[in-house]
Design a protein around this ligand. Structure first.
Ligand code: GLN
Length: 193
């Protein structure tokens, strides 16, 4: 499996994948996408990632990958990249549109800049500790995209983990805890794909 290795928490994702028994390729060049069974788009800064994807010429093959519905996990900035609509983004930032969601960048506001809390992901068995860092807020989920996990907020239950076909995204950082269930989910999806 690949981890997009242009920026952000690449090492942590690679370590989590190794913990679930996966051989990891750190993807820095377009030709490295060939032959992968899945790819992780890590957190970092989506506007920077967007520029680096263009300059490294990975944007086009990665768009084709996502368009073909191949197994992909995007976390935090990676989720922003996978959204079909981005609020508070840069007008020219790349959008892969693998998930039918609208995200608002840094949507949890100043007070809740970064926080750790428990989220409910019923299909993965139990609550999960989740680290949010300048996290995108999922403000709309379109038909065809399934909500896997929710966070209880003052506004009610909000989606924080979603899936459309073989593409999964979460607004938190599953690579920063010891819980590897999200990475295991990607492995299971890749096995069935
Ligand atoms: N706020 C960042 C962005 O919009 C995401 C932060 C993160 O990945 N931890 O790209």
């Amino acid at each position: 499996m690949g981890v997009l290795a242009l920026q952000g928490d690449v090492r942590e994702h690679a370590a989590a994948l190794r913990r679930v028994g996966v051989t990891v390729v750190l993807v820095k060049r377009p030709e490295q996408l060939e032959g992968l069974s899945a790819i992780v788009l890590p957190g970092g800064e989506s506007t920077t990632l967007s520029m680096l994807l263009e300059s490294s010429r990975i944007l086009e093959p990665l768009s084709a990958w996502v368009n073909a519905g191949r197994p992909t996990l995007g976390t935090c900035a990676g989720l922003v990249m996978l959204a079909s609509n981005i609020e508070d983004g840069r007008a020219d930032q790349a959008k892969l549109s693998g998930l039918g969601i609208t995200v608002r960048r840094n949507g949890f506001g100043r007070q809740r800049f970064s926080f750790e809390t428990s989220v409910e992901i019923p299909s993965l068995g139990s609550p999960m500790e989740a680290v949010f860092i300048r996290a995108p807020r999922i403000v709309d989920v379109e038909q065809g995209t399934e909500i896997l996990g929710v966070l209880e907020t003052e506004a009610g239950a909000e989606a924080v983990c979603v899936q459309k076909g073989n593409i999964v995204g979460c607004s938190f950082h599953p690579e920063l805890t010891d819980d590897v269930r999200i990475h295991q989910l990607l492995v299971d999806i890749a096995r069935c794909a």
